[in-house]
Design a protein around this ligand. Structure first.
Ligand code: NIG
Ligand code: FE
Length: 418
């Protein structure tokens, strides 16, 4: 069993570490300064958690023995959080990419049995080892770009064995690689070929044997679905969410991506952690999300790849104070993206988020979209997950297109990538 063979590779944590000569972008909600910025800062970690941070001149004497690391005047943010990915899959969809360049639409390809279903075929024939190897290469790219926590969804198996296979692979990466993985069960991603014409029958399986097996093995931290006219109706999603609630699992939803079907309001009724995509979200949906505390996860990589024309209603989300997270949606079809920094840039350029909003989207608000209160900000008591950046102004993180400005990644107080 591959689960047994792979063990956490993380080095043991040794003593206290102090990072100095650094500008901290704390992203704290308690801070009035933009980005919660502390110039001439220092930060101390012990046992994988932050034990002190502030201005270098105020470092308490009891931290003088800490192992000190100079950051050469560079910038530190919380480790980035990619709260929406489909990182585990077989094959790729480069042929469909070429078809789209010749004029076919994403929806047409999906309706003709391609799209998600072609990745389902490739994922079913792939072994767990093969899925692990390809997903791990993608994970490494994200990590070297500053990501310390990533969410990974199933949804390319669409039968009990293959959904379990995908989630086990995701769990293995979380157990072995120096990055935290949160898993999400997305059995309700598409209707597999063997259920053609019987969406309800497939939903019976998803809500029954499939979700039971996932819960029995504790393979999912949340339950997601694709609510869309080419996927599942709000009624069908409601059934799934009822079952998730019985099992005590939080929910999230792919909603209002290609059309408005009331998915965001439905997600809000179930106090969803997040509703994601949202290009076609209306004001009623925004209000419902605000009242429920549901995070809006914006996915500029999918918007860009599909050459969407509608942008998510960012002004309304601001008006009702709905927190906005940003993620890669990394997947073989609609968002073959391996850089969260590029999403920061696209969130600003395509969706007009301010550089501070965009950075909040991959830190504090990304953490909230996963229900994680122990990360996403630089604050005493939170995880010592950091990213170091070769920049002289925080807005450079939005300004730069491509490349990699990340010059260091610290996970649980230990440097894991440079
Ligand atoms: O988030 N919207 C549905 N699911 C994915 C696309 C998956 C695929 O095309 O393979 C998304 O965009
Ligand atoms: Fe997605």
């Amino acid at each position: 069993d591959i689960c047994q063979r792979h063990r956490k590779g993380r080095r043991p944590m040794t003593g206290m570490t102090l990072w100095k000569d650094v500008t901290l972008l704390t992203m704290r909600d308690t801070d009035d300064a933009p980005y919660g910025m502390i110039a001439d800062g220092a930060i101390v970690a012990d046992g994988g958690h932050i034990v002190w941070l502030g201005q270098a001149q105020d470092i308490p004497e009891n931290y003088e023995d800490a192992h000190a690391i100079s950051c050469g005047g560079k910038f530190m943010t919380p480790g980035l959080i990619d709260c929406h990915t489909h990182l585990v899959y077989g094959g790729n969809r480069v042929a469909e990419f070429e078809q789209r360049l010749l004029g076919a639409s994403y929806e047409e390809i999906a309706r003709a049995g391609g799209g998600i279903l072609s990745t389902v075929r490739a994922t079913r024939v792939a072994s767990a080892e093969e899925l692990l190897a390809s997903a791990r290469r993608r994970l490494g790219q994200l990590q070297r770009g500053g990501v310390t926590t990533v969410e990974i969804k199933s949804g390319y198996g669409l039968d009990v064995d293959n959904e379990l296979k995908m989630l086990r692979v995701a769990r293995i990466m979380g157990g072995q690689d120096d990055i935290d993985v949160r898993t999400t069960f997305l059995g309700a991603h598409a209707t597999p070929a063997e259920f053609t014409g019987d969406r309800e029958g497939y939903m019976d399986l998803v809500c029954g044997a499939m979700l039971d097996a996932v819960a029995d093995e504790n393979l999912a931290d949340a339950v997601d679905a694709f609510c869309e006219n080419i996927a599942f109706s709000p009624e069908q999603v409601g059934r799934l969410f009822d079952r998730a609630r019985e099992l005590g699992l939080p929910v999230k939803l792919h909603a209002e991506q290609l059309s408005n079907s009331g998915g965001a309001a439905l997600a809000a009724r179930y106090k969803a952690l997040s509703a994601d995509h949202l290009e076609c979200l209306d004001e009623a949906g925004v209000r419902a999300m605000a009242a429920a505390g549901t995070v809006a996860v914006l996915l500029p990589g999918a918007f860009y790849t599909l050459r969407d024309e509608r942008v998510p209603p960012v002004d309304l989300l601001r008006k009702y104070n709905v927190p906005m997270a940003i993620a890669t949606d990394s997947n073989p079809g609609s968002s073959p993206v391996l850089s969260l920094s590029l999403m920061i840039n696209m969130a600003s350029t395509l969706f007009r988020l301010s550089p501070e909003e965009a950075l909040l989207g991959v830190t504090r608000h990304g953490a909230r979209a996963l229900g994680l209160a122990d990360r996403g900000q630089l604050e005493v008591g939170l995880k010592a997950d950091f990213a170091l950046w070769d920049i002289a102004h925080p807005a450079e993180l939005s300004y730069q297109v491509g490349g990699n400005l990340c010059i260091g990644v610290v996970k649980d107080g230990v440097t894991v990538a440079v």
